[in-house]
Design a binder for this molecule. Structure first.
Ligand code: HEC
Length: 152
C-alpha cells in the first residue's frame, strides 16, 4: 500500500518536473496583452512590458521568453537577461542604457551580445510593436537587476 502511494507521488513529481519548463516554450497559453490604442505620451508600464515579453509573437514565431530567461544569466537561444537593467552596451559603455535596450529590440544586429551570432534574434519588432509597446518592454527590462537573479 505504502509503495503504491510512493509510486503515485513519484509519478506526480515526474509529471510536474516535465511541465516545469513550459515557461520557456512559446507562450501560446498566455493571452496576448491588449494592444495599446492610446497615443503618446503615456507613462511606460513595466507590468505590461513583462506581459509582452511572455506573449507569443506570430511574426517572430517566438515569444521573447522562449529565447531569454529574464531572471537568470543562463543562455537559451539568446543571453539570459538578469542584469540588463544595470548593465551597459557591450559596444559603447557610454551609450544610454535605455537607448541600448530599445536598439536591441528594434535592430538586434546593430550591437551583438558577445558570444552570440547575428540574425538569431528576429528583426520584426519595429513592425510589430507600437512605440508604447517598446517603452513598456524597455521599462520592464530596466527592472532586471543583477541583485534579483532568481533562476527563472
Ligand atoms: C529566436 C530567439 C530570440 C527572440 C525571440 C528574441 N531574442 Fe533577444 N536576442 C537573441 C539573441 C541570439 C541575442 C544576442 C545576439 C544579438 O545581440 O542580437 C539577443 C539579444 C537581446 C538583447 C541584448 C542583451 C544583452 O545582454 O546585451 C536584448 C535586450 C534582447 N535580446 C531582448 C529581446 C526582447 C525584448 C525580445 C522580444 C521582443 C527578444 N529579445 C526576442 C535571441 C532572441
Amino acid at each position: 500500500m505504502l509503495s503504491r502511494h510512493l509510486a503515485t507521488a513519484l509519478l506526480a513529481v515526474a509529471t510536474l518536473a516535465r511541465c516545469a519548463p513550459a515557461e520557456t516554450l512559446p507562450a501560446t497559453a498566455t493571452p496576448p496583452p491588449t494592444p495599446s490604442t492610446t497615443t503618446r505620451p503615456v507613462r511606460p508600464d513595466p507590468a505590461r512590458g513583462e506581459a509582452l515579453f511572455r506573449a507569443f509573437v506570430p511574426a517572430a514565431r517566438y515569444a521573447c521568453v522562449t529565447c531569454h530567461l529574464p531572471n537568470s544569466t543562463q543562455a537559451l537561444l539568446g543571453p539570459g537577461l538578469a542584469g540588463v537593467g544595470d548593465g551597459v552596451s557591450p559596444c559603447d559603455p557610454q551609450q544610454d542604457l535605455e537607448d541600448y535596450l530599445r536598439e536591441s529590440i528594434l535592430e538586434p544586429d546593430a550591437c551583438l551580445t558577445p558570444g552570440f551570432s547575428a540574425r538569431l534574434m528576429p528583426s520584426v519588432y519595429a513592425e510589430v510593436y507600437s512605440e508604447q509597446d517598446i517603452d513598456d518592454l524597455v521599462a520592464w527590462m530596466l527592472t532586471l537587476r543583477q541583485t534579483n537573479e532568481a533562476g527563472q
